[in-house]
Design a protein around this ligand. Structure first.
Ligand code: PXP
Length: 248
């Protein structure tokens, strides 16, 4: 069964739009867990446009499943991660002008945005490292060589594509996922997924985990967080149980 990590960044986006204390992403995270989410993901961006330091500090104390801290590999955020001790960090490229993460990490020799030393320093603090990458052979091999524990394959191109192109993008993810698995990496996927297109990604047997945010939070505004999470779990696992009977 594929695990669902719910990204609650955009609950904080609504809060920050008014500079008030609500809605609280911490409450949203608890509701998501109650509905069966297997983990909570937040992106502490350098510009603090949505998630704040206070959010991650409280979430570390309240999340009962898995806390995944999405972050850029900068000195400041690495220091915060070491103090906080999330269960896993997902490393992403970050640009101030972007609306959301636009691409996977560059991992080649000359322009790499990640180093083996930085991954090792997170591991030494007891934190697993996942790298958000495009599902390309060279990049997947580089992620394994650098000692990452997991890769999160970028599903944005698949989500945006239509018709034959969508089938091609799905095949790219399937191929990338099996290569990553063969190389001993745990495999996650995410970005842009909704109840409409999550099924084929969740059906890739080596994909263990999905990170989904915007579509769940958007649906939650209309139908509530618990229902939005349950709808996603059902779309991911139409024939199976929607959540583990005994959360960690
Ligand atoms: N995975 C990564 C690495 C991301 O940066 C994001 C966006 O924060 C997501 C997954 C979730 O994407 P979405 O909000 O489109 O579901």
């Amino acid at each position: 069964m594929t695990r669902l990590h719910v990204n609650v960044d955009h609950v904080a986006t609504v809060r920050q739009a008014r500079g008030v204390g609500y809605p609280d992403p911490v409450t949203a995270a608890s509701l998501a867990e109650l509905a069966g989410a297997h983990g909570i993901t937040v992106h502490l961006r350098e510009d603090r446009r949505h998630i704040q330091d206070r959010d991650v500090e409280i979430l570390r104390k309240t999340v009962t499943t898995v806390l995944n801290l999405e972050m850029a590999f900068t000195d400041e955020i690495m220091g915060i991660a070491r103090e906080l001790g999330p269960d896993i960090t997902t490393i992403v490229p970050e640009k101030r002008q972007e609306q959301t993460t636009e691409r996977g990490l560059i991992l080649d020799d000359t322009r790499s945005e990640v180093t083996a030393a930085k991954i090792a320093s997170m591991n030494e603090a007891g934190i697993r490292v996942s790298l958000f990458i495009n599902a390309e052979e060279d990049i997947i091999r580089a992620a394994a060589d650098m000692g990452a524990q997991m890769v999160e394959l970028h599903t944005g191109p698949y989500c945006h594509a239509r018709g034959e192109e969508k089938r091609r993008e799905l095949a790219v993810i399937e191929k990338g996922a099996s290569l990553a698995h063969e190389l001993g990496l745990a495999v996650a996927a995410g970005h842009g997924l909704s109840t409409v297109d999550v099924g084929p990604i969740a059906a890739i047997d080596v994909v263990e985990e999905l990170n989904i945010g915007h579509s769940i939070v958007s649906r939650a505004v209309l139908v509530g967080m618990e229902r939005a999470v349950r709808d996603m779990l059902e779309a991911m696992n139409p024939h199976g149980p929607t959540h583990d009977p005994e959360p960690r």
